[in-house]
Design a protein around this ligand. Structure first.
Ligand code: SAH
Ligand code: SF4
Length: 385
């Protein structure tokens, strides 16, 4: 008898990984591809969490699968719902090799025309951008593909987004999706966890499963230049660059990785990103910091830097966190900045901070939950009946 601890979760395995894993349940070689395909559809198309529901698979095999495998997702510790409809889940991951259980946060942001899920690629971050709270966390580990995909599955479960649930929901969007977009903008630097992010995105894009289009997934990087082109070739999602400054002098301080890969090299990598066009632009994220990077001269320099890159600019009002050294630029300053960029032909929306009351905004993820005791966390818990 195999103990519960030894069970392998099938969630987050690639197609070939899933096929290979079926050896453990004694599925004969000749049947493996077909069975993997069936199980794949149950997991990713229907959202099944119980092998017993896989009705096109013989009962004895279903039983064997349940003995050897699980379909486990990360455990939900708390769910919070903002007064603007933003939802945030604190998820507890399975124990790592040191028997530590880390938490990550996932945020869902509903808008009129779309719904964006913001997911994490690492616990903490090895980089230490001076305006980002995640950068101050010392505990860092890569998330497995399973944990990255798990964040999306939990969100779909909670939003009741699987086809059989959508079909019964009169309030469901016409396209059948609450989550229309996924952004890798939570904790961590996705290009420092390349292989797991790649596997996870391939699972999410697979046409026989969740089937999110690569154009609706955005990978945000602080500028790991050598991996950018590879990401374009091998993952193929949309690209966002955390630029935040227009001179190396300032960017060296805000995003210390700039000392290794300065602005000119970063922008050259963007120019070479495969498949760019006016319909497929690179997003440049620019956090507005009072007195640091927010002058009209900065805006003009930014326009020059972006020359010949199909680009759009996202202006992000800085979200302060306890102990941060920066302030957010004044609203008027942000508008003047946006105007200059906009007049030069680049869309430059100012990102409205969402979910502020539940600390769900950019750069704040997991900052509050880390300091809470279990009791305090439970007090935060909100049920969604
Ligand atoms: N590590 C990746 C992805 C995660 S950060 C990256 O840096 O791109 C996602 C976005 O949130 C980045 O643009 C980041 O610069 C921004 N961000 C971090 N802290 C912030 C804060 N306190 N206020 C506003 N934006 C912040
Ligand atoms: Fe890491 Fe991105 Fe935060 Fe920089 S901004 S510390 S790269 S998560």
């Amino acid at each position: 008898m195999i103990s519960a601890e030894a069970k392998v979760s099938l969630v987050g395995l690639t197609r070939s990984g899933l096929k290979d894993a079926l050896v453990l349940a004694g599925v004969p070689e000749k049947q493996r591809r077909m069975r993997a395909s069936q199980i794949w559809a149950w997991i990713y198309f229907r959202g099944t969490t119980d092998f017993g529901d896989m009705t096109n698979i013989a009962k004895d095999l279903r039983q064997r699968l349940a003995e050897v495998f699980t379909l486990e997702r990360p455990e939900i510790v708390t769910e919070q719902i903002s007064n603007d409809g933003t939802r945030k889940w604190l998820l507890r991951l399975s124990a790592d090799e040191h028997n530590r259980r880390h938490d990550v946060e996932v945020v869902y942001i509903p808008e009129a025309e779309r719904g964006t899920l913001c997911i994490s690629s690492q616990v903490g971050c090895t980089l230490s951008c001076t305006f980002c709270h995640t950068g101050t966390q010392t505990l860092v580990r890569n998330l497995t593909a399973q944990e990255i995909v798990g964040q999306i599955l939990v969100a779909r479960d909670q939003l009741e987004e699987w086809p059989h649930q959508i079909a019964q929901n009169p309030k469901a969007p016409a396209n059948g999706r609450f989550i229309t977009n996924v952004v890798l903008m939570g904790m961590g630097e996705p290009l420092y966890n390349f292989d797991n992010v790649k596997d996870a995105m391939q699972i999410v894009m697979d046409a026989e499963g969740i089937a999110l289009s690569r154009r609706r997934i955005t990978l945000s990087t602080s500028g790991v230049v050598p991996e950018i082109e590879r990401a374009g070739d091998e993952i193929g999602t949309m690209l966002a660059i955390s630029l935040h400054a227009t001179t190396d002098e300032v960017r060296d301080v805000l995003v210390p990785l700039n000392k290794k890969y300065p602005i000119a090299e970063l922008l050259e990598a963007c120019r070479n990103y495969p498949g760019l066009s006016n319909a497929r632009r690179v997003t440049f994220e620019y956090v507005m910091l009072k007195g640091i990077n927010d002058t009209p001269e900065d805006a003009k320099r930014l326009v020059k830097l972006l020359k010949n890159i199909p680009a759009k600019v996202n202006l992000i009002p800085f979200n302060p966190w306890p102990g941060s050294d920066y302030e957010c630029s004044d609203w008027e300053t942000i508008e003047v900045f946006g105007e200059i960029v906009n007049k030069a032909g680049y869309a430059s929306p100012i990102r409205t901070p969402r979910g502020r009351d539940i600390l769900a905004a950019c750069g704040q993820l997991k900052s509050a939950s880390e300091r809470l005791t279990g009791k305090e966390r439970r007090a935060l818990e909100i049920t969604t009946s």
